[in-house]
Design a protein around this ligand. Sequence first.
Ligand SMILES: [Zn+2]
Ligand SMILES: [Zn+2]
Length: 396
Amino acid sequence: MIPASVEQQFPDDLKATLVSLRRAIHHEPELAFKETKTADRLADALQRVGVREIDRVGETGLVARVRGKGRSPAVVALRGDIDALPIQEATGLAFASAVPGVMHACGHDVHATWAVGAAALLATQPAAGDVLIVLQPAEETGKGALSIIEGGALDGVQAIFGGHVDRRFDVGQIVADEGPLAASADVFEIELLGRGAHAARPHESRDPIPALAAVITALQTIVSRRLNPATPGVVTVGCISAGTAANIIPDRARLVGTVRAVEPVSRGMMLDEVKRVAETVASGFGVEARVTLDHGPPPIVNPAGATAWAREAASDLVGETNLVPLGFLNLAGEDFAHYMERIPGCFLRIGAREPGGPTIPAHAPTFYPAEESIFVGAAVLAECARVASRALAASA
Ligand SMILES: [Zn+2]
Ligand SMILES: [Zn+2]
């Protein structure tokens, strides 16, 4: 199931180390910025594969340096994220989560492991210049990449690569498309402030509940009436709350949602519209809307140059026919975008479905990536680093 060109790069002891590392991380998942045991395990594993220059970055991140073979000053970074999600696992795996309500439901256990695998491959067969292995906390909250960047650990890095497991594709298939790959993921909170009263005397109230209903309905027109239909975008209200009892008109109501876009213009327009629509609709009901926007990661748009390096690496490894197109764009967010605002790079999708297996979406309690995806991810990221490093060294 592992392509032969990938399999031959991994001696049995390295294979066993990576499989047991992944299973241990999966068995004891840790949430964003709480990945202390995970970080300790990763530091141990890096040392075991011969990588000794390891810095702790922020609370729970690691950045390790794998030396290049030459004196090329170009530094390339490879990133694996390491955090889990607040979900009760239902995979039935032998090494399923032992922590109630916490689970690696996005495959970051595999991403962390393939980053260690890439370090091992680069220690044996180095790139032209140094490669930084970034083990990043807190991807799920959209804050982890910034914690690595703000520490200065990536200053001077000239290219960065990362990837995500994806069960829409078989193990051995890789997506390395130029253009949009993930959406911006911003959060809005709308608080509606009215006046409470007895449920039987609505005329004495400023009832926030009809205002809440009208605001939700009006928000649906941002995508249907304001957004250019040729452009992807989403406005979702994911959480509402108001009131305590049938005979009470509450004094406030609250809703929380997310805006997704792949173009800066539509992102800005939709966020402005959320605020404008909420305020004007609420005011029609005599209720005040207070809108708070929390900016998450921007979209990921893979640029031509770094994508060409990734495509060369992937097709050398798994062959042109296994370099497959993404197909329909997924508007999930990915905080790798924060790196790509500053450093050219490419974000890949790595096939993680065993042949004939089901397509299971990430963030489902039954999600698991096929174990073999560890080796494809490690090998392709290591090769991306070698190709980019060689090109950067040649142009220096
Ligand atoms: Zn996720
Ligand atoms: Zn993820």
